[in-house]
Structures are given as C-alpha cells and as structure tokens.
Design a protein around this ligand. Structure first.
Ligand SMILES: [Zn+2]
Ligand SMILES: [Zn+2]
Length: 108
C-alpha cells in the first residue's frame, strides 16, 4: 500500500488507526509524537488506538518462505544422517572380513 502521508510504498510495517486509516511505521510514530489526531480524518487518537496490520498475503508468503527454509534445513539434516549412516556402514564393512574369517573357520 501507499502511505498517505509520505506517499511511499509500504510493504511491511503497516499501521492502522482506530478510524481505519493506514500509515507507514515512520509516519505513525511521528503522528503519535506530534498530535492526538489522525492526520487523514482528524479523529482523536491515542497510542493504544494504533495497531500494526498483518496482511494475509504477506503472511502467507513469509510462511512459505519459512516452510522452504525448514525444508532446506531438514534436507541438510537428512543428508548429514545419510553421511553418518554411510560411515557406520563403512565401519561395519571394515569389520566384516574378520567375522567372515571366523565363520569360514567354523565352516571348516
Ligand atoms: Zn508514511
Ligand atoms: Zn483517520
């Protein structure tokens, strides 16, 4: 959205007033510091009547980003597990000839 005060595009940190007007964080901070009225409609405001807005679309996006991050971490962990399993198998393989010899002796 575009902040009506500074006219800049705001993607995150959108704040809504009690009267339903949206501002960027910088402007809402200035507004609360300098006046007790909404800069758009002049409705009386106090600090408790300004709250952050979480847009569903951006929330979904960040959740997707979070999920892909978790997936990446999981894959990394799984790869680490595979590496460990490979090493364990290699160690077991290294031990096998000994066991094999024992079995061979028993077979004889
Ligand atoms: Zn602004
Ligand atoms: Zn207003």
């Amino acid at each position: 959205m575009d902040c009506v005060v500074c006219m800049s595009f705001v993607e995150n940190d959108i704040y809504s007033t009690f009267c339903g007007h949206l501002f960027c964080k910088q402007c809402v901070d200035k507004m609360i510091l300098n006046s007790t009225k909404c800069w758009t409609c002049q409705t009386a405001l106090n600090k408790a009547q300004v709250h952050k807005v979480f847009l569903p679309s951006s929330g979904t996006l960040s959740r997707h980003a979070e999920l892909s991050l978790i997936n990446a971490r999981m894959n990394k962990l799984l790869k680490n597990d595979e590496e460990i399993l490979k090493r364990v198998k290699a160690l077991e393989e290294a031990k096998k000839p000994e066991k094999g010899n024992v079995i061979l002796i028993l077979d004889d």
